[in-house]
Design a binder for this molecule. Sequence first.
Ligand code: ADP
Ligand code: MG
Ligand code: ZN
Length: 632
Amino acid sequence: MPTPTKTRPPAETGSSRRTWVLYGLLGVFAVLYFARPTTAAATIPYSELKQKLEAGQVGEVELSKEHIRALPSDEPARKRGEKWLVNRVEDPELVKLLDAKHVKYRGMQEGDWFGSLFMVWLLPMLLLGGFWMLVLRRMKPGPGMMAIGRSKAKLVAEEGTGVTFKDVAGVDEAVDELREIVDFLSNPAKFHALGARIPKGVILVGPPGTGKTLLARAVAGEAKVPFFSLTGSDFVEMFVGVGAARVRDLFMQAQAKAPCIVFIDELDAVGKARGSGNMAGHDEREQTLNQLLAEMDGFDAKKGLMIMAATNRPEILDSALMRPGRFDRQVLVDRPDVKGRQAILQVHAHGVKFGADVSLPRVASLTPGMSGADLANLINEAALLAARRGREEVGQAEINEAIERTLAGLEKKGRCMNLREKEIVAHHESGHALLAEILPTTDRVHKVSMIPRGFGALGYTMQVPLEDRYLMTRPELLDKLTVLMGGRAAEKVIFNEVSTGATDDLQRATDLARRMVTQFGMSAALGPQSVAHLDGSSEGRFLPGISLGGEKGYSERTQQIIDGEVGELLRRSHERAIGLLEHNRTQLLELAARLREKEVLEGSELAAILEGAHLPPELEGGDELQWSIMRH
Ligand code: ADP
Ligand code: MG
Ligand code: ZN
């Protein structure tokens, strides 16, 4: 029997209390059953009773069909509660004997009918039943057997959530993308008439507490459609097949209610890539996922059924979920920037009385890295503090204390940067941005940000290509490599040390360099040949760098040359990045300072700061000549 794979803390406490009550009742019943008074009377043989009758020792007799109960005539013995029980023997002489001895006798209904029924039948059955329930309970926390195959009561659709986009702040880009979905849900016929293809599924991706659940509810509220909501873990039950049945049930109910929204929160609980589990128990999850995929393919989007989902771990989702016709629309819900935080604070400040000294913009600037949920929490904390201190209004003192508490909590969880980390990130991103701006062939910088993104990166530099590119030349690729190295190089130039923040950059740079050597024939040592794997990729298909039994197609020696060339490209790019940043140290420092202050810089602001940045001729191009000059 597989063991339960999940626990549900809130339900657990309630049901464990019930379990204890059950144990208690069982114990009481068991005691009752085994210790029941097996009649206080002494059982004697019929012959003995007869002797006693003859001897005049019997004072009174009760006759029933099967028993005779006799009380002694002796008064003290009777007081002691002495009595005899006899199994009745067919004896026509008995009544005569009783009459002769003047013994009082009367007929009696057979035993204590109800009592014996209870003792002999009901009690054992209760015991068994109770035991069975205990066993079931241990096997499966949560609702009793009856719930199998039926979705939870929660599956009742909410008619209009009452939440609107006004309740969600600081995530304007996501809201803009979702407006289209609202339009569609409020008038599916219009879209259908135009022949527009509507996405079937939208997945909201972003770190915890950024308002994904809130946004989904807001879409339902704006479109005024019913909202079915389930959490991924609701599907994953212990009994195989239950999750799949739930999915079927869910889609059936939802289709009957269309237009409506089905929202699966924390999709990663069901949507983890298939085959990633390590135990047999994961069959259940895979079945559920397969059913979900099948239902998403099957339903008719024209009726206005929209599937929404949320996750903060998109990287573990099964790629099949993202195929066209499923969750083909992905909306990023990121942590808010200063302006966003201010807007969120304003939403949550509604109804809270603030003192005159409180400035929400200032609070916003003090809380980088906090999510919407953190900010909501912060205001609540400040209000509680003020109440505890008997204040009429929430003052800046309470707010500051709440900020400190929240920050401390976040730092402990590793979700918030401390000052030193912020400095490093500001310079790292500035390094990327500066190089991207001054190198002639690279894409212009659209935006630099040092707001932690959800997935590992602490900041980001966004470049937009000026035109669609189909071919890239070697100098362009070398510039690209240099920009990738810019973050790490800036850390080295300014702090003379490097952090772990460049992991992703290095990964991407290494991939690119490897492709330049093995696929693009851009290495002098290897010459113009492709040494990619026979399946077309230079790497193993499943794990980068490891070929799974595939033909390698080249020799050990070639492998060594490849490794040498890749290493050389990376090293040179790094050195070039360092050289360029050293030449433009002033601009780098200024850029980092501005970024630190504003957290996000647009392309135009960046250009203004980098006015004086220059490209020394010896580091200008990426061609072989200059490479060697740089290396002296
Ligand atoms: P997620 O689902 O992304 O983890 P939630 O939607 O559950 O986050 O957010 C939790 C709470 O935090 C919300 O109910 C809301 O009060 C607050 N919150 C989060 N993000 C925002 C936001 N962008 N605007 C306003 N409030 C927000
Ligand atoms: Mg959520
Ligand atoms: Zn970087």
